[in-house]
Design a protein around this ligand. Sequence first.
Ligand code: NI
Length: 268
Amino acid sequence: MSTRGRSFFRRLDIRFPWLKLVVVCLAGVAMIADLCDLTISHVGDPLNKIRIAPMSHHVRVTKRTLDGKKLVALTFDDGPSPETTPRLLTILFDKDVPATFFTLGNMAEKHPEIIKEAEKKGNEIGSHTMYHQNLITLSADAVQADISQAKSVIKSILGHSPSYTRPPYGNINDNVRRAVSNPMILWSVDTEDWKSKDPDTIIATAMSEVHDGAIILMHDIYPTSVDAVPRLIDTLREQGYEFTTIKELTKARRVALSPGATYYNFRP
Ligand code: NI
């Protein structure tokens, strides 16, 4: 800096001694904002997003960058159940993990407040049909009726239609493809939680099959499945996995989903 420059700042200091204080305060605020990670990104940018999950008295703000990360989507079928789903929602919220719920229309009808709460907490809701029938054994009309009933139940609760459908047992034929106007989201990791009903086995199975872009299938109607979730989350995190909803996963992998098409995973 030149002599002239220095004297200018010295003069400024004599005339406006409070200026230093203002500069120090501004720097402090900027530092604190940075530490709190409160950067706001552009709306619609798939790789940086703020997830605000409102709870009764506090709001959490999380900035996430998913580019180049190992991603996994936890999905839960067959609920909601008042015995198990609310506990799962609390676990997911406390761990700051979003999931995707494939709910049954008839269960959602009985417990609408649970799927509303699930969505409010940052999870995604898909359709698992109305009555969990094996669709490939039904007539085209019956398939159509079941699919649209589930859709309208979910729409009446959430105010919007589900973005995805997961046909029970992953069973799909031409009738199903014609009836389902959504992308169909199946899975690449089957924990078989309904079979073992044992948290250790559920976690071991998931960890032996997991991969980047995996969709993990579980069921929120079994207490043992919910019991497995906190440790499964911790173990996946230790291995560097980030948790995403299906929407976040497809955006991060730049996949444009097609109506009626079937997806098992979103590998990079
Ligand atoms: Ni099911």
